[in-house]
Design a protein around this ligand. Structure first.
Ligand SMILES: Nc1ncnc2c1ncn2[C@@H]1O[C@H](COP(=O)(O)OP(=O)(O)OP(=O)(O)O)[C@@H](O)[C@H]1O
Ligand SMILES: [Mg+2]
Length: 203
């Protein structure tokens, strides 16, 4: 299998599932952990990620289809979403840039309105697919998500715009516009995000 990515926790490889292009995301054993605890953690994160990918889709947010879960290997086989990561293309020259930033805000609002938080919301975990923005990597998410969880999502996204994407930081307002449009309870989460920033957490 062709390895696409090897992160701290997971290996993502190209695969095929019933003739469809797929990836397998496998959580590798950590030898420094007690083997039983390690297995429990890997399984819990795998289950949670698969569940949140599905729930997010039900909430109208584009995520990869989950094809299969292997609880022996702690792996998920899912649709391979073609397209660049937002992190690699978000720049002033990009077509429909403002609309795209609004779309990020709308997707996050749909997620939050359904009681789901992402937990690791950076532009590395967004793929710009042909059919729109696709969110991946839900292993740190929560459902039901607290106001604090939602605030953390907004805070992480804001931080990404102010650092990795400082050349388009002005468009964070467009993102928040999209967020407010799709989340009736936007003010609560936005106030939490302010709070988190003031407390200097997650910086
Ligand atoms: N369904 C997918 N389709 C296409 N590429 C994917 C898909 N899932 C993951 N990738 C690629 O693999 C990379 C790593 O995947 P992902 O973000 O899910 O894992 P991670 O950050 O290593 O894991 P974790 O944070 O859960 O430990 C992504 O940035 C993306 O480039
Ligand atoms: Mg990731």
């Amino acid at each position: 299998m062709l390895t696409l990515e090897r992160g701290a926790e997971a290996v993502v490889s190209a695969a095929e599932f019933l003739g469809r292009e797929a990836v397998v995301k496998a959580r590798c054993p950590k030898t420094y952990r007690d083997p039983q605890l390690d297995l429990t953690l890997r399984l819990a994160r795998t289950r949670k990620e698969a569940r949140l990918l599905r729930e997010a889709r039900r909430a109208g947010v584009r995520t990869p289809y989950v094809y299969d879960i292997d609880l022996r290997e702690a792996s998920i086989t899912m649709e391979r979403v073609r397209g660049p990561r937002l992190r690699d293309v978000l720049s002033p020259g990009l077509d429909s840039l403002e609309r795209l930033c609004e779309a990020v805000g709308e997707a996050l609002a749909d997620l939050h309105s359904a009681g789901i938080s992402h937990g690791d919301l950076t532009t590395s975990n967004m793929i710009l697919a042909d059919d729109g923005l696709c969110l991946i990597d839900f292993s740190l998410g929560s459902m039901p998500a607290s106001d604090e969880d939602k605030g953390v999502d907004l805070h992480l996204l804001r931080r990404a715009f102010m650092s990795a994407h400082s050349d388009v930081s002005g468009l964070f307002d467009a993102l928040i516009g999209g967020y407010k449009r799709n989340n009736p309870d936007a003010q609560t989460a936005l106030a939490k995000a302010e709070d988190i920033q003031r407390r200097g957490r997650y910086t």
